[in-house]
Design a protein around this ligand. Structure first.
Ligand SMILES: *[C@@H]1O[C@H](CO)[C@@H](O)[C@H](O)[C@H]1NC(C)=O
Ligand SMILES: *[C@@H]1O[C@H](CO)[C@@H](O)[C@H](O)[C@H]1NC(C)=O
Length: 270
């Protein structure tokens, strides 16, 4: 009896394309698992971090941002996953609508960021200046700044004298710090053949004039360097943006197709 039913069902024509349905299911499932991973990383970072310096620097704790993004993604992909599996129009519509909203808000942010690029730069500058002030308060922040300075071969935000904003590196005479007028050694240009890194290579650099200083440290500030990097890697930046946006467009289109197929199927039965 069961077999007859399933045979009959296989013979009857269906408006619902199983490929689209299962593709949407697997696709949402992958991002659903990914969202759990993001939440886990966010919670781990939140629990591990005892200090609040990073939050002071970025206004909002990056761990909280991860958790919020992860939770939003969890609910959206859950709708897509179960909606496709159960052929549930309400869930699929919720999936499609929320993806569209996410897509539009990203577009709005990108357009605003582009047209107000001076303001964007100013805001970024504020974050970086705060990050410089808190350099020694948080090991993750310190590692991040060191990484950026080494990778982009730059020093400070505008130039190396920005390091005076930090209590330890401040250049005033009264500063009792051992590192007075220094810059972190991640500013230093590598010396060819040097095996052990000279962690004191940035000492006293802020006292030197530009030409002398740039003999041992990277001459440009990280703002100009990163702007230059983005300009010369526009293709890569575009590819990354596309990688972020394409899955969203695919999700919107596929769920819309599936919704109309399910609606056709329902009206053909009625
Ligand atoms: C360095 O410290 C002095 C005294 O605390 C302060 O007045 C000055 O603004 C600091 N420099 C920078 C660049 O923040
Ligand atoms: C570094 O930048 C500051 C302001 O951004 C500027 O006043 C200063 O002259 C610059 N110093 C050097 C050595 O370029």
């Amino acid at each position: 009896m069961d077999r007859e039913v399933s045979l009959n069902r296989a013979d009857t024509f269906s408006f619902i394309n199983p490929w689209i349905r299962y593709f949407l299911f697997i696709f949402s499932l992958l991002f659903w698992v990914f969202s759990l991973l993001i939440i886990a990383i966010g919670v781990y970072a939140k629990v591990e971090k005892a200090t609040d310096t990073v939050r002071d620097t970025f206004l909002i704790d990056p761990a909280i941002i991860l958790i919020v993004v992860g939770v939003v993604m969890f609910f959206i992909t859950f709708c897509g996953c179960i909606g496709a599996l159960r052929e549930n129009i309400k869930l699929l519509k919720a999936f499609s609508l929320s993806l569209t909203l996410v897509f539009l808000s990203q577009l709005a942010i990108a357009v605003l960021g582009f047209f107000y690029s001076d303001k964007t730069r100013g805001t970024l500058g504020k974050f970086v200046k705060k990050a410089i002030i808190h350099y020694r308060d948080d090991i993750d922040l310190q590692n991040l700044i060191d990484y950026i300075q080494k990778e982009f071969k730059c020093c400070g935000y505008n130039n190396y004298t920005d390091w005076s904003r930090n209590l330890y590196f401040n250049c005033t005479q009264e500063n009792p710090s051992r590192e007075r007028c220094a810059v972190p050694y991640s500013c230093c240009t590598p010396v060819p053949g040097e095996v052990v890194i000279n962690t004191m290579c940035g000492f006293g650099v802020q006292n030197l004039n530009y030409l002398e200083a740039t003999k041992s440290i990277y001459p440009l500030g990280c703002a100009d360097k990163t702007a230059g990097w983005i300009e010369s890697h526009l293709l890569l930046v575009g590819a990354l943006a596309l990688g972020l946006v394409l899955p969203q467009i695919a999700g919107i289109v596929l769920s819309q197709i599936l919704i109309s197929q399910i609606e056709d199927e329902i009206s053909s039965i009625l």
